[in-house]
Design a protein around this ligand. Structure first.
Ligand SMILES: [Ca+2]
Ligand SMILES: [Ca+2]
Length: 666
């Protein structure tokens, strides 16, 4: 970093010199007058998704398990990660690899025992890593005891699931029945299956082995609340809620309108899912679960328990998970309810890829920040998961460091899928493996090959030994990617530079208060270069430069961000970068290499404002105007990002504290 000595204020035209300072002070008061709201653990940490089947196998059966995870938790600590969410570990026939749960409070035997899970919690606690569990409320397995009893119309399970009589087939012989309506399963075909024993159709928005629970039955709602309490008692830090926007279906089961774009009546795209997806009741259930968790934290103490929600929906719908604001008031305050801490932001997965331009990146990032509630919300960025091709496969392996640079320096929470920190890529051969394991959701059809999620679920590549160090057994449930001898964690830890070293350094860097609390100003420099400034009063300013293409690019950062210091220090660079951490570069003449992602450190805002008061620099009306303009830009960003970054109280926080103080009784 280039140090600038502060000098005593002197000179004649003092008010010209003071104007920018006064403006900056005004802004810093806006930002600092309230306590920081992003101080809570979940707002600071990086979340890491473990797919238990593929992380570490402890007993040589080729399938990852809980003792395996426990034995490798040190890796998360080493990477700087503070929380992990585990894909389902519950007893399941594994039709959809654990997303078909037969017993919500039992561990799948091939993953271990409840004692193994408790040992995992103890080790996680020792390492300071929070454990988040997957919660799959929409449906159970058809092997679940509740379903068997529901089929038999056994009280109180009779209406635990969504049962309907079939429609009379107008072309049939009078006894033939058709599914109750035209609803389709997400995985193709009717969402209804006739159960011969009960003589009725049951609803399944996913596979026929995943019957939907009936959330209009209060007993089901209470049953699921008890599942949450069971795991809270064990000591988990929260839940990732699966397919939450499929919870409720419309009363009366009306046909959905046809889209007209997909002519196959068995295809999910045949209808608009206005009666089976994104119903208002879905959000309300999340608010109820949030209240349960908040109550739990209040009664039992300790850190906040959190909710992460999975909903592939349009952005307006997704934002409703953050919180509700009602039209009426409670005790003079607008009535409100808190919801998901992290409505998963999938835009980096769904809206961007290797062909995206810098404009696409800026537009997509701004999209989330634009739609996000102004108050009481924290942004999050999900780069990958078990349902999506890996980062190196979607964006190209050469862009892995650049995309991680982006992920880890944007405002808000970062979510990493296991293996991305070492740049694992999809193994296309995982599809055609022995058939004993693998993604069987859609059956062994051509669609299965196209939609299989196995390529991104292959075993973690720990080292260059057999099975990449994942398993000591003769085979693994999915084949290890053949590149494991070169691409593995052990090698990357030893190397001076690697994807892992870059990732680890970025995670460490993002602990800086500027990344946690600072504003962002983001622009496409050209079609191939994204640049943004992260800025916080009285703290270091950082510039991030992402080159999306193979060729090197000349960038004049001063042309875009006039306030930057002339020299910048490299704080992070890609593993193949020409730059090393600590190198000094010229802000107006930066050459950024192909696919590089750079984080550059500038001077603190106040120090630079002070530079203008330096006796050697005589501010002119032009420089003052520049500072005024910059202040206006910063102010607009603060407005755009919302006061949540700066700790303003949310309406429901006021309501909650009012309730706690018994003010309703006045
Ligand atoms: Ca095992
Ligand atoms: Ca449902």
């Amino acid at each position: 970093m280039v140090n600038q000595q502060r000098q005593p204020i002197c000179g004649a035209s003092w008010w010209w010199q003071w104007l920018p300072i006064m403006l900056l002070l005004a802004i810093s008061q806006t930002t600092d007058a309230t306590p920081p709201s992003n101080g809570d653990w979940w707002q600071r940490t990086v979340f890491y998704q473990i797919y238990p089947r593929s992380f570490m196998d402890s007993n040589g059966d080729g399938v990852g398990d809980l003792p395996g995870i426990t034995s490798r938790l040190e890796h998360l600590k080493d990477a700087g990660i503070g929380a992990t969410w585990l894909s389902p570990i519950f007893r399941s026939p594994m039709v959809d690899f654990g997303y078909d749960i037969a017993d919500y409070t039992a561990i799948q035997p091939e993953y271990g025992t409840m004692e193994d899970f408790e040992a995992l919690l103890v080790e996680a606690e020792r390492l300071g890593i929070k454990i988040i569990l997957d919660f799959v409320p929409n449906h159970t397995s058809d092997q679940c005891e509740w379903f068997r009893r529901s089929v038999a119309r056994e009280h109180p399970y009779t209406d635990y699931y969504v049962w309907q009589d079939g429609r009379v087939d107008p072309n049939g012989n009078g006894t033939a029945r058709l599914p109750p309506n035209n609803w389709q399963s997400v995985f193709y075909g009717s969402a209804w299956t006739l159960h011969p024993d009960r003589g009725q159709y049951y609803l399944h928005q996913f596979t026929a082995q995943q019957p939907d629970l009936n959330f209009r039955n209060p007993a089901v709602v209470e049953e699921m609340r008890e599942v949450l309490r069971f795991w809270l008692r064990k000591g988990v830090a929260g839940f990732r809620i699966d397919a939450v926007n499929h919870l409720f279906e419309a009363d009366g089961f009306p046909d959905e309108p046809e889209t007209g774009t997909d002519r196959d009546p068995l295809s999910y795209g045949f209808t608009h899912h206005i009666y089976t997806k994104d119903l208002l009741e879905d959000y309300d259930m999340v608010y109820q679960w949030r209240a349960l968790l908040d109550d739990w934290s209040r009664v039992h103490g300790g850190d906040a328990r959190i909710i992460m929600t999975e909903a592939y929906a349009n952005i307006t719908f997704t934002m409703k998970y953050y919180h509700a604001e009602y039209d009426d008031e409670v005790d003079g305050q607008p009535r409100a309810a808190a919801g998901s801490h992290m409505p998963f932001n999938f835009l980096l997965i769904t809206d961007l890829n290797r062909d995206s331009s810098a404009q696409d990146f800026v537009y997509t990032i701004q999209k989330w920040l634009t739609y996000m509630p102004r108050v009481g919300a924290t942004a999050n960025w999900v780069l990958g998961n078990h349902d999506q091709p890996r980062v190196g496969t979607r964006y190209g392996a050469e862009r892995i460091d650049a995309i991680h640079t982006l992920l880890l320096t944007l405002p808000g929470i970062a979510v990493t899928y296991y293996g991305e920190e070492i740049g694992m890529v999809d193994n296309p051969d995982a599809i055609s493996s022995d058939g004993g394991g693998g993604d069987s959701v859609t059956g062994a059809s051509d669609a299965f090959i196209v939609f299989s999620r196995d390529p991104e679920r292959t075993p973690f590549q720990w080292d260059g030994t057999a099975n990449a160090g994942f398993s000591s057994g003769p085979t693994t449930w999915l084949p290890v990617h053949p590149n494991y001898r070169e691409l593995n964690l052990a090698a990357q830890r030893l190397a001076e530079r690697s994807h892992y070293k870059t990732y680890q350094a970025l995670v460490a860097l993002r602990a800086h208060e500027t990344f946690r609390k600072g504003s962002i100003q983001l622009v496409p420099y050209s079609s191939s270069v994204v640049v943004y400034v992260r800025e916080l009063a009285e703290a270091d300013t950082f510039v991030v430069v992402i080159n999306l293409v193979a060729g090197e690019r000349a960038v004049d950062l001063v042309a875009v961000f006039p306030k930057l210091s002339a020299e910048l220090s490299v704080a992070s660079s890609g593993s193949a970068s020409n730059y090393r951490v600590g190198d000094i570069v010229q802000a107006d003449k930066l050459i950024v290499g192909g696919y590089d992602g750079l984080v550059l450190r500038s001077m603190p805002l106040m120090s630079r404002a002070q530079q203008n008061l330096d006796g050697k620099r005589h501010p002119t009306p032009a420089t003052v105007w520049s500072a005024v303009k910059d202040a206006a830009v910063i102010a607009s960003i603060i407005i755009a990002l919302g006061s949540s970054y700066y700790g303003l109280r949310a309406p429901w926080q006021s309501v909650a504290s009012g309730l706690a103080e018994g003010s309703l009784k006045k």
